[in-house]
Design a protein around this ligand. Structure first.
Ligand code: 0WD
Ligand code: CA
Length: 374
C-alpha cells in the first residue's frame, strides 16, 4: 500500500496543503477499456514572428518538402537565433488565441486548458522512469488552466547542460529547415541544397484544438512543424499536418529499443493535436542525414504491440491522463473565484488558489495547494 511522502522542506511548505496522491496504473497487466480520446477539432491558429511577436494567422506555417539525403544538420549553427528562455510566456499565446475566436467556438467549460506538451507529459508519465516534472493549476471562469512549473533547481540544471545539448538540439531545428519551405515560398539563398532558411527558434506556428478524454473537455495549443500542401496554399486542415523529428541512425538492437521507447512521446504528442504523420530523419554522429522514414501516427501503437517485448501500450497512458485530469477537476475547479463569488465585479475578485501537480517517476502524481494569486 502507498504511504504518503514525508512533508516537504521547501519554501512552499508553510502555505502548502497535504498532498492528494494518485498512483500509476499497472503497466503490463490487462486494464479495462480506457476512456477514448476524441479526435481534435481545430479552433484557431497563430504565428510567432522572428521577433517572437504574435500574429493571429498562418504567417509562420511551412510546407513539407523532404530534406535532401546527405544534408548536414550542423549547417548554419553559428548563425542560429534562439528564443530567450528567461522570458516566461505562461499560456499567453493560447489565451490570446481563445479571446480571438467567436463566442461558442472556443473552449468548452468544465475542462482543462493547456499546452499540448503538458498533456504529453501526463500521458507518458506511467512509462517515464527518469524525469519528474511539476505543473501549476489554477481555476478561472469554469476551466482549469495548467502550465509548466519550472523549479529554480531544474532551471539551473538545464542551464548547466545547455552548452553540451546546443548542437544536438540545433540539429533538430536544422532538419526542420531542410524539410520545409516557408510561406513566402522563396527558397532561401544559400550555397546548400534544400536549406529552408536560417534557424530562428522564435518562429513558431501554433494550432489550437478542442478535444476530450472521456467526458473531460480539453483545449490544447501546440506547435505544428509543417503541412503537406502546395506552397502558398492556405491551411489544409489538421489531416495534412506533419511532425518532424531527428534520431541517431540505428545500428544495433539497443538503439532500436531506445527508438521504440521514444516513439511513445512522438505518438502521444502528435496524436493529441491530430497530426497524422511523423517524418523522422536519421543522422550520424557528424549530423549527416543518412535515411528518412515516415510514420503514420495512428499505427504507431500497433507497431509497438507487434514487438516481442513491447516497451509501452496506450491503455495506461489514457487511464492515467483521465485520472489526473479528473483529480484536477474535482479539487481545483471548485476553487474558481468566479464560481465562489459569481456576483463580484471582476475588479475585486477574491484571489485564485494556486495548485501544484507533481510527478514522481515510478510512483505517481501529487496534487497540493501552494498559495493564492490575484
Ligand atoms: O515555456 C515553456 N517552458 C514552454 C513553452 C514549455 C512547453 C511549451 N512552450 C511553448 C512553446 O514555445 C510553444 O509556443 O508552448 C507552445 C506550444 O508548445 P507545445 O507544442 O505544447 O510543446 P511540445 O509539444 O513540448 O514541443 C513541440 C515543439 C518542440 O519540438 P519537438 O519536435 O522537439 O517536440 O515546440 C518546441 C520544440 O521545437 N518547444 C519549445 N520551444 C521553445 N521553448 C519549448 C520551449 N520551452 N518546448 C518545446
Ligand atoms: Ca518537431
Amino acid at each position: 500500500a502507498y504511504r504518503p511522502p514525508p512533508p516537504r522542506q521547501s519554501a512552499e511548505a508553510s502555505s502548502s496543503s497535504t498532498p492528494l496522491f494518485l498512483p500509476l496504473p499497472p503497466l503490463f497487466q490487462p486494464l479495462p477499456p480506457p476512456p477514448p480520446y476524441h479526435s481534435p477539432t481545430l479552433i484557431s491558429t497563430y504565428s510567432h514572428s522572428p521577433d517572437r511577436s504574435i500574429v493571429h494567422d498562418d504567417t509562420s506555417m511551412a510546407y513539407y518538402r523532404p530534406a535532401p539525403m546527405g544534408c548536414d544538420l550542423k549547417y548554419g549553427f553559428e548563425r542560429r537565433i534562439e528564443r530567450d528562455e528567461e522570458v516566461e510566456e505562461h499560456l499567453d499565446g493560447l489565451c490570446e488565441a481563445l479571446q480571438t475566436v467567436g463566442e461558442g467556438r472556443g473552449e468548452r467549460k468544465g475542462g482543462v486548458i493547456t499546452w499540448r506538451g503538458m498533456i504529453t507529459r501526463i500521458m507518458t508519465a506511467p512509462f517515464e522512469d527518469r524525469d519528474g516534472w511539476e505543473m501549476t493549476a489554477i481555476a478561472l471562469d469554469g476551466s482549469v488552466y495548467l502550465e509548466e512549473h519550472d523549479p529554480p533547481e531544474s532551471k539551473a540544471n538545464r542551464r548547466k547542460q545547455q552548452s553540451s545539448w546546443a548542437l544536438p538540439t540545433y540539429m533538430g531545428y536544422a532538419f526542420e529547415s531542410f524539410s520545409t519551405v516557408s510561406r513566402d515560398g522563396e527558397e532561401a539563398e544559400s550555397e546548400v541544397e534544400g536549406w529552408g532558411g536560417d534557424v530562428n527558434t522564435n518562429v513558431q506556428w501554433c494550432n489550437v484544438v478542442r478535444s476530450a478524454i472521456g467526458e473531460i473537455p480539453l483545449c490544447l495549443g501546440g506547435e505544428v512543424d509543417c503541412v503537406r500542401a502546395e506552397i502558398g496554399s492556405p491551411h489544409p486542415g489538421l489531416e495534412r499536418t506533419v511532425e518532424l523529428k531527428t534520431n541517431k541512425v540505428i545500428e544495433n538492437e539497443r538503439q532500436d529499443a531506445v527508438f521504440h521507447k521514444k516513439l511513445l512521446k512522438h505518438w502521444a504528442q502528435s496524436w493529441l493535436l491530430g497530426v497524422p504523420e511523423i517524418q523522422v530523419g536519421f543522422r550520424d554522429d557528424a549530423g549527416i542525414v543518412k535515411s528518412q522514414k515516415g510514420f503514420e501516427t495512428e499505427s504507431i501503437p500497433r507497431l509497438i504491440a507487434s514487438l516481442p517485448h513491447p516497451p509501452w501500450s496506450t491503455p495506461p497512458t489514457l487511464h492515467f491522463l483521465h485520472a489526473v485530469l479528473s483529480l484536477l477537476l474535482t479539487h481545483v475547479l471548485p476553487t474558481d473565484p468566479l464560481l465562489t463569488h459569481p456576483q463580484n465585479p471582476s475588479s475585486d475578485l477574491p484571489p485564485a488558489t494556486v495548485w501544484r501537480l507533481r510527478f514522481v517517476p515510478r510512483k505517481g502524481c501529487e496534487l497540493y495547494k501552494v498559495g493564492e494569486v490575484g
